[in-house]
Design a protein around this ligand. Structure first.
Ligand SMILES: Cc1cc2nc3c(=O)[nH]c(=O)nc-3n(C[C@H](O)[C@H](O)[C@H](O)COP(=O)(O)OP(=O)(O)OC[C@H]3O[C@@H](n4cnc5c(N)ncnc54)[C@H](O)[C@@H]3O)c2cc1C
Ligand code: FES
Length: 385
């Protein structure tokens, strides 16, 4: 251990003795061996190099991309977590998070299942241009949308909309493949039945396993369809479950679906801490947020100056992160939905709109930091990135 100011601390000599003795026995736990760092990096690497080994059609709107590690090692994950894939489109550097849809017990690969978003940059690229052999840089598995056996009870009520089924596919596959003692009641909302990703597989699992109950809910049902229709409402949930006690609720899907289902659950008396949610990205039209300031149009132009870097024009209705990326400013990002705080930037002048509930730390608020993926410029801004 290097000598320095530490030798003046009480107990310094004892710590040095302990380190020397553990080195003699081959343990070597001192910080300067970086053993702990290496171990943590292996479990939670910042970057993983992935190669597409197979593409599975999920007609008509989605595909599953099976990814293997270029180095042969894939970090472990919990069912429900996501990876962020990084892209460089002729200098436009961006990322998108995708939940892992394969179960954690399949250690040789990660599946991600991507649904086409109309006019979407990355989803269309993945579905149209990416095939076996394609490589990606990815984050390690991230996010905290997963089952916790200590706090979540044995019954999971999962509510998915559209592509929001993917983390639940990982959970249901893990439970059925490993024979876990856990019950899932899965509501899955879609506009049309044919859009429901993995519908046949979940139907089969629901028929085979007593602890998997599947309730597809279709907005525009086809003729002869005799399942639930419309939206996933509180009434449908109570009718299906009977009692809501001792259950944890998991909500996943686009903002509109989460905004609809959350009050439905709260109106049933389910407390917030029993409701876990994952929102798939920033809202499509932020001006529909009840707190959006009156009189500000989403196409209103504002100037953004990034100290020491650049100045550009942005639109009030577009997340700041998207405008920064378009202007060539690289901001680290992972979840792109306000949760992980990776995309923090400091606003030194001007005002942004952040939807209520964005989990910004108190100290960040105090010093002007915002989560740029869910921050919308309301006036000219000066930033430090
Ligand atoms: C934690 C997390 C996990 C995710 N996992 C998956 C997944 O497993 N499978 C999957 O297909 N997607 C998933 N997404 C969404 C995904 O990250 C992208 O947002 C999506 O693929 C669209 O990207 P894009 O570049 O095609 O669209 P963009 O070019 O970013 O957006 C184009 C337009 O589409 C709207 N939009 C963006 N995303 C959606 C959406 N999901 N539904 C409706 N409208 C949208 C935008 O508001 C915008 O108006 C996840 C998102 C998060 C936050
Ligand atoms: S990227 Fe996670 S909070 Fe913005």
């Amino acid at each position: 251990m290097k000598k320095g100011i530490f030798q003046d601390f009480d107990g310094y000599d004892q710590v040095v003795k302990d380190i020397e003795s553990s080195r003699r026995w081959g343990a070597g736990y001192s910080a300067d061996t970086h053993g702990a760092d290496q171990y943590i990096n292996q479990l939670h690497p910042a970057r993983v190099r992935l190669r597409v080994s197979d593409v599975i059609e999920e007609p008509p709107t989605a595909k599953t991309f099976r990814m293997v590690s270029e180095t042969g090692y894939l970090p472990p994950f919990q069912a429900g977590q996501y990876i962020a894939l990084f892209f460089d489109f002729d200098g436009l550097r961006t990322s998108r998070p995708y939940s892992i849809s394969s179960p954690p017990n399949q250690v040789g690969y990660y599946d991600i299942t991507v649904r086409r978003v109309a006019d979407g940059l990355v989803s269309n690229y993945l579905l149209d241009d990416v095939g076996p052999g394609h490589t990606f840089e990815s984050s390690g598995p991230s996010g905290n949308f997963y089952y916790n056996p200590l706090f979540h009870g044995r019954t999971m009520v999962c509510i998915a909309g559209g592509s929001g089924i993917t983390p639940f596919m990982s959970m249901v596959r893990e439970i059925t493949e490993r024979g876990l003692d856990r019950t899932v009641v899965l509501f899955f909302g879609n506009k049309d039945l044919e859009d429901a990703i993995c519908h046949d597989e979940i139907t089969r699992l629901g028929q085979r396993f007593e602890n998997i109950r599947y309730i597809p809910v279709i907005e525009n049902p086809p003729p002869g369809y005799d399942g639930a229709t419309g939206f996933i409402t509180g009434a449908l949930i109570t009718e299906t479950l009977g009692s809501i006690s001792d259950k944890t609720f998991y909500l996943c899907g686009p903002q509109g679906m989460v905004d609809f289902c959350l009050p439905e659950l709260e109106n049933l008396g389910i407390s917030r801490h029993k409701i876990r949610r994952e929102v798939y990205g920033a809202p499509r039209d932020i001006s529909t947020d009840p707190a959006w300031p009156e009189g500000i149009k989403t196409d209103e132009a504002v100037r953004v100056r990034v100290a020491g870097k650049t100045e550009f024009e942005a639109r009030a209705g577009e997340p700041l992160l998207v405008a920064l990326e378009r202007s060539g400013v690289l901001v680290p990002s992972l979840c792109r939905s306000g949760e992980c705080s990776m995309c923090r930037v400091k606003v030194t002048s001007g005002k942004v709109f952040q939807p209520a509930g964005t989990p910004v730390r108190k100290s960040d608020r105090q010093f002007g930091y915002v989560h740029s993926c869910v921050s919308y410029p309301l006036e000219d801004l000066e930033l430090i990135v």
